[in-house]
Design a protein around this ligand. Structure first.
Ligand code: IFM
Length: 450
């Protein structure tokens, strides 16, 4: 028998994308270089040597893309602004032509009846600022706040939901710790310092936003994936706690518990971040909402050779589920658990699920159409898990799927596809997949059918 999961009337539906992953046009209209423009040119960093130079060519095809979003029935679209497009040197002179692009995008979206949701930072730090020390340098807090001011001033008359950073854990630990993302630095101390500066930059930008009286809400987007100790052994449980502290407590504790994870900092010893008096007070309470990105769950093993955390992750798939094309274990219940964890342990902040999605094999037919039943099954199960969390009192108010289009998947280049819309990277033709049609109905009915 068919079951209907009805969502609350004001539930916010949408989809997300990010600047470097879709825009292309890296050398146009006065845009400056970002750390990703440099990183993708280093040998062997990106599968097949792919770059974001063209990506989905969204910069040129934006009007067509907005029409497509309207066709899919998206009421909200979450995009990110490229900092070096707006401030080619990272600070100083504003590149009006770059800013104009986002101005036009916001106008087009509003004309199409789509609410623009803006994230300020999705990993493309201006290269000029990396050359001055990048995020490990404390001046990064001021660089970011000055950049935020420029964007607030230009767009805040039409934007009602803002985020400062998307997934600061990734920017800090893949960018400065493991070095598999730009700028390719492998230094645990710099990674923890970056994480702290990202939080401080977030807090100062929020302070500016609030003091200036801009309308709307502002938050931070964290990637909170599921973790389970691989066994009951003390070693595995302690390793799991360390991974939890790095991915969750490091960000959530100062925001919602007015404390830093001090035991974890003691364990880290010299890698722990330097924190200045007043930092905690600045971060505490600095969100109107929390953005939750959730994709997968991992088992955590203690491993003496497992990097600075002495831990190793192994994908966990719930019974009846396998892994996505990313090799990530599928566990829809994990989304519910993360939402309930926020409720039970962090004061039940207002939450939007700001990313959730699935890389799938996506074999197109002769017309480029993809019957992505696997993606639909994934999305449906996660929405039902979210619905269950709502029933148990989670303060979740919306869901954005990742992503509108197939796009540049960082170190994996164009080899992984997450989109509701297929992009043919030879012709740049866009074709909505079956999941786009399915999602349109979900939004229309404000409900998921099982
Ligand atoms: O593509 C990324 C996105 O940039 C950040 N969140 C996870 C997505 C899938 O890996």
């Amino acid at each position: 028998m068919e079951r209907t999961f009805q969502f609350p009337e004001d539930f916010q539906w949408g989809a997300a994308a990010s600047a470097y992953q879709i825009e292309g046009a890296r050398d146009e209209d006065g845009t400056g270089k970002s750390i990703w423009d440099q990183f993708v040119r280093l040998p062997d960093r990106i599968i097949h040597g792919d770059t974001g130079d063209v990506a989905c060519d969204h910069y040129h095809r934006m009007p067509e893309d907005v029409r497509l979003m309207k066709q899919i029935g998206l009421p909200n679209y979450s995009f990110t602004v490229s900092w070096p497009r707006v401030l080619p040197e990272g600070e100083g002179e504003v590149n009006e032509r770059g800013l104009d692009f986002y101005d036009r995008l916001v106008d087009r979206l509003l004309e199409a009846g789509i609410n623009p949701k803006v994230t300020l930072y999705h990993w493309d730090l201006p290269l000029a600022l990396q050359e001055k020390g990048g995020w490990p340098h404390r001046d990064s807090i001021n660089w970011f706040t000055d950049y935020a001011r420029v964007v607030f001033e230009r767009l805040s008359d039409r934007v009602n939901m803002w985020a400062t950073h998307n997934e600061p854990w990734v920017a800090a630990f893949l960018g400065y710790g493991q070095g598999i993302h730009a700028p390719g630095v492998c230094d645990a101390t710099k990674a923890f310092q970056t994480a702290h500066h990202l939080m401080m930059a977030h807090a100062r930008a929020v302070e500016l936003f609030r003091q200036s009286g801009y309308p709307g809400e502002i938050g931070l987007i964290l990637n909170l994936n599921g973790l389970r100790p691989a066994s009951d052994s003390e070693a595995d449980r302690a390793a799991s706690q360390r991974v939890y502290d790095e991915t969750h407590s490091l960000f959530l504790d100062p925001l919602y518990r007015h404390q830093f994870p001090n035991e974890f900092f003691d364990w880290l010893g010299p890698h722990a971040p330097e924190i200045q008096p007043g930092d905690l007070e600045a971060i505490a309470g600095s969100t109107d909402y929390l953005g939750l990105n959730h994709y997968n769950t991992d088992f955590v093993h203690h491993d003496h050779f497992g990097g600075w955390l002495k831990a190793r992750l192994e994908p966990y798939a719930a019974p009846g589920w396998g892994k996505t094309e990313m090799g990530w274990g599928i566990n829809p219940e994990g989304l519910k658990q993360e939402l309930l964890n926020l409720k039970e342990n962090y004061g039940n902040p207002k939450v939007y699920v700001t990313e959730n999605g699935c890389a799938a094999p996506d074999t197109p037919d002769e017309n480029g159409f993809v019957r992505d039943l696997d993606r639909i099954r994934f999305l449906k199960a996660h929405l039902i898990a979210l619905h269950e969390a709502l029933g148990e009192g989670s303060n979740v108010h919306g869901y954005y799927t990742w992503s509108v289009f197939d796009n540049f998947e960082w170190e994996r280049g164009y080899s992984k596809r997450f989109g509701l819309v297929r992009v043919n990277y030879q012709t740049l033709e866009r074709t909505p997949k079956l999941s786009a049609h399915w999602y349109r109905n979900v939004i229309r009915d404000n409900a998921v059918q099982l």
